[in-house]
Write a protein that binds this ligand. Structure first.
Ligand code: ZN
Length: 195
């Protein structure tokens, strides 16, 4: 089993990755759905995913600090920092404001920073954290996400590492084969029983 297959298995076991018939917030229908936060319900599995990422990163990549945007990136950044033996910080913002380092968090000049986000779709959140690294004179060494949902559209100027690419097929309701087959639609936000 390769890394991507193992990550997919862990996401499915924790209910982070689901198969069914879903109505997405965009109004489109899909037969897969990802809520990565569910992975962190199972710390041992989250720890394994972080270890897989640490092993997949280039051997010569030195990371002093893992920085993540709140809230989605915090747990992933923390687990990844643990796996890398690095510091862990998160940036946060109030609605309508820019990301800031609060709680006494501080970046130093020359510090090598890996930006972590659990799922990258547009990449907007992580890109909005980059100015904090530049302002401190620290060095951005790359981006690390569990899942890349950008369909190849997130192409930053620094390396982008991800463990699994999730490009779900979507349909307008009128074209959806699962609707045509009469399958009931799932609400992704509702709790799914395991087992
Ligand atoms: Zn449908």
């Amino acid at each position: 089993m390769n890394i991507e297959e193992r990550v997919e298995e862990l996401l499915e076991e924790t209910g982070a990755l689901k198969r069914g018939h879903f109505l997405l917030s965009s109004g489109l229908h899909s037969d897969r759905y990802c809520q990565c936060a569910a992975l962190f319900e199972e710390p041992a599995m989250a720890e394994e995913v972080a270890r897989l990422m640490a092993d997949a990163l280039p051997e010569d990549l030195t990371v002093d600090t893992v920085l993540s945007p709140a809230i989605g990136g915090i747990l992933w950044g923390y687990e990844l920092a643990r796996a890398l033996g690095a510091r862990s910080l998160f940036a946060e913002r109030k609605p309508g404001e820019l990301f800031q380092l609060r709680r006494g968090f501080h970046l130093s000049r020359g510090e090598r920073v890996l930006l972590a986000e659990d799922v990258v779709t547009t990449g907007r959140s992580v890109l909005e954290v980059v100015p904090l690294i530049e302002a401190a004179g620290a060095e951005l060494v790359g981006f690390a996400s569990i899942a890349d949902r950008s369909a190849g559209k997130f192409t930053p100027s620094h390396p982008f590492y991800s463990l699994i690419k999730l490009n779900f097929q979507t349909w307008a309701p009128a074209d959806c084969p699962h609707c045509a087959a009469g399958t009931a639609i799932d609400k992704p936000g509702s709790r799914v029983e395991k087992g």
